[in-house]
Design a protein around this ligand. Structure first.
Ligand code: ZN
Length: 134
């Protein structure tokens, strides 16, 4: 019954998208900071409430077109940052078997097996060649 209620409640609404998830996360971070008290704590608690308001306002909004436009703007604005983070995750998880190089021309992350000595690396994106030690 609760499931059905939630289903009906969220039908036709924007729901939790990546931007809502981010504002929710920010709200939690500010909430933690607000525990320290003082002027910083007061400012943080206000920011936390504002972020929480954004999260719920956007999730429950029925203006899905506008909200999804906001979300895609947010995604394209943070694309570089998210790619960097993704690259870092890949490096950490595969760092034992592979050595990673960044193409000096187009900055694409390139993966080469370790232990091959000094090799010529060809960028798979722009075709630039450079040498590296694995
Ligand atoms: Zn390249």
């Amino acid at each position: 019954m609760i499931k059905r209620f939630l289903y009906n409640f969220f039908r036709g609404r924007n729901g939790f998208d990546q931007l809502a998830l981010t504002t929710w996360f920010l709200a939690m971070v500010f909430l933690l900071i607000s525990l320290f008290g003082g002027v910083v704590g007061t400012v943080a608690s206000v920011l936390s409430l504002a972020a929480l308001f954004c999260t719920f306002f956007r999730s429950l909004s029925r203006n899905i077109g506008k909200r999804s436009a906001e979300n895609s703007r947010f995604l394209s604005a943070t694309a570089g940052l998210r790619r960097k983070f993704q690259n870092l995750k890949t490096r950490v998880s595969q760092g034992r078997e592979f050595k990673f190089f960044t193409c000096p021309t187009c900055h694409t992350l390139l993966r080469v097996p370790r232990g091959k000595g000094k090799i010529q690396i060809t960028c798979r994106k722009c075709g630039n060649r450079f040498s590296g030690k694995t």
